[in-house]
Design a protein around this ligand. Structure first.
Ligand code: ZN
Length: 241
């Protein structure tokens, strides 16, 4: 079984289509997402529809939460807030309901999905270093967990309380370790590489591989502009930040 793991799509349909095309070529059987389907980019409803069509299993991201509730986040910058308010206006009742019903975490076949961290996931903390990873890994009950939120690919593993990072595009899962992996962001990468990215978990070979691809950034930028969304959200796509 091959799972495609999609992180932080953020309403970027051009990037999502490119990833789905690549995943199909690689023989993906199932799709899962670590949340943030909406926010920043201009195609929230189309992205939600697309994920429904491929029957993706999805967990709740902070942007999904705020876009589908009446609450406004205190810790969002004004640009992110503007995109949330815009997104709320785009959502129809079905897409809003779909977002509002997303679970905070999911377990599928020995694999856990979470947007932020398994340590108090509703607080939306970031896993950015070994210390953050440790807190999440200590709450992890499956050998493998995927997370998002930072928009940067990362691999951590823990054995007997010792944690290390793995700086590689492919990792083979070894028994006795717990793995905590960020597949990167489909719709707004922030590791200074503007290419879209995702990961494939192959249960047969016990490997997780990360992939990056060029996509039609220009069209995504034009849509942001036409929608009246913040210009900085268009500019950042080209620099991957
Ligand atoms: Zn995000």
């Amino acid at each position: 079984m091959k799972f495609a793991i999609l992180g932080d799509i953020h309403a970027n349909l051009e990037a999502l289509e490119r990833v789905l095309q690549d995943a199909a070529q690689r023989g993906t059987d199932r799709f899962v997402s670590v949340g943030d389907l909406v926010g920043y980019n201009a195609d929230p409803v189309a992205c939600i529809k697309r994920l429904k069509k491929i029957k993706a299993a999805v967990v709740l991201g902070n942007h999904d939460y705020y876009a589908s509730s009446r609450e406004l986040p205190d810790n969002f910058n004004p640009i992110a807030k503007k995109a949330i308010v815009w997104t709320r206006r785009q959502l129809n009742i079905f897409s809003r309901r779909m977002l509002a019903r997303l679970p905070q975490t999911l377990c599928i076949d020995q694999m856990t999905l979470v947007h932020s961290s398994l340590h108090q996931p509703e607080d939306w903390g970031y896993i950015q270093n070994i210390q953050d990873a440790k807190q999440s890994l200590e709450c992890q009950t499956t050998p493998l967990c995927f997370f998002g939120h930072t928009h940067r690919p990362a691999i951590y593993r823990m054995k007997n309380g010792t944690i290390e990072t793995i700086d590689s595009e492919t990792v083979t899962l070894e028994p006795g370790y717990k793995y905590l992996i960020n597949p990167g962001s489909v719709g707004q990468p922030r590791d200074r590489d503007p290419r879209t990215g995702y990961a494939i978990y192959d249960t047969k070979t016990k490997t997780v591989s990360q992939f990056r691809m060029e996509y039609d950034i220009e069209t995504a930028q034009k849509k942001i502009e036409a929608a009246g969304l913040p210009e900085s959200d268009a500019l950042r796509l080209a620099i991957g930040r």
